[in-house]
Design a protein around this ligand. Structure first.
Ligand code: NAP
Length: 313
């Protein structure tokens, strides 16, 4: 069984920043990159708010640079997914989807979060056939078509704005008439003449047809969230922009999670309830969830882990 000082589970800005600091502290480090190497930024386009890039940078490019920087200091990456963790003994062990087990003196959990789905009727029938949770990945397929974005936060505004590059029209469907989105992003969407707003409205179900056995979304049934009235509207694509769920299924029962499933950390630190296990990034942050805050907590996790290891030595 290969042993490392520190194993990092997850490879977004949190995990890679943790790896950078840990490797520069002369610790042996393995990063398990998981199903989406580089994390959520790899399905983003322009990142304008990561300091240091005056003119912005493409999300995938930013993550490639981070990974190269980390590898320069000797951290290793495994492009596998951890399927089992054992926090009960020392050293800790993790097993990947190739059934290989690795051990480490300290663990850093940075598995991030995943886009949420509405769960409306027939959603599963059209996922990937008109319904998507990633405008950056799938927007291109909706050239000159009418699409909807669900949600009233920054994600919804960003997705809607992005989709206007391709779509004929974009309708933001929001269940209230107040928005969580930041003023600047809401205003940007409002100023975009291709974007319309449908407030106090929810998608009740999806409608579609099959062409040669292939499903195709053709419309939605909308429900007014105040009057309860329903009506149909034709649409070719629907994009989720309703937030994220922390990727903590692997840790249920093994570590303390909060009511929403985020890993609990001791305030002001990245320490979890298990000595030697640290958490950083979106897996423990339901509030800020920015690449830069994830990177910041990644740095904290590496410093916390390094100090903890030094105390054990
Ligand atoms: P969010 O702020 O939690 O917003 C989620 C939105 O989806 C809310 O408007 C919510 O409605 C709605 N929603 C949730 N569940 C729903 C359901 N079942 N049915 C209908 N609507 C539902 O999530 P987010 O937009 O993903 O943003 C998360 C964090 O990332 C925020 O801090 C945000 O600022 C940040 N972010 C930043 C950028 C950027 O700066 N470039 C881009 C994206 C995200 P209610 O308001 O009614 O609850």
């Amino acid at each position: 069984m290969k042993h490392y000082d520190i194993i990092i589970v997850g490879s977004g800005p949190a995990g890679l920043t943790a790896a950078l600091y840990a490797a520069r502290s002369d610790r042996s480090v393995m990063i398990f990159e998981g199903q989406q190497p580089g994390g959520q930024l790899t399905i983003t386009t322009e990142v304008e708010n990561f300091p240091g890039f005056e003119h912005g940078i493409q999300g995938p490019e930013l993550m490639d640079i981070m990974r190269k920087q980390v590898h320069r200091f000797g951290a290793e990456s495994s492009f596998t997914t951890i399927t089992n963790v054992d926090f009960s003994g020392k050293p800790f062990t993790v097993t990947n989807d190739r059934d290989e087990t690795f051990s480490a003196d300290a663990l850093i959990l940075s598995t991030g979060a995943t886009a949420r789905w509405l769960g409306a009727e027939h959603e599963d029938d059209y996922k990937g056939y008109g319904i998507s949770a990633c405008a950056t990945c799938d927007g291109f397929f909706f050239k000159d078509q009418d699409v909807m974005v669900v949600g009233g936060g920054d994600s919804a505004m960003e997705e809607a704005d992005f989709l206007t590059k391709y779509a004929k029209s974009v309708t933001i469907v929001h269940r209230r008439d107040e928005y969580r989105a930041s003023k600047i992003m809401l205003q940007r969407a409002r100023n975009n003449e291709k974007i319309e707003f449908l407030e106090n409205t929810v998608i009740q179900s999806y409608k579609g047809e099959k062409n040669n056995g292939i499903p195709k979304l053709t419309g939605v049934v909308l429900k007014d969230s105040i009057s309860g009235e329903t009506r149909e509207q034709d649409v070719h694509g629907v994009f989720m922009g309703i937030g994220h769920t922390p990727n903590t299924q692997l840790f249920v029962g093994a570590i303390d999670l909060d009511d929403s499933g985020y890993v609990k950390t001791k305030p002001g630190t990245t320490r979890t309830n298990i000595a030697g296990v640290f958490a950083c990034g979106d897996v423990q942050d339901s509030i800020y969830r920015q690449a830069i805050t994830a990177a910041g907590t990644g740095c904290m996790a590496a410093l916390d882990a390094d100090r903890w290891l030094a105390e054990q030595e």
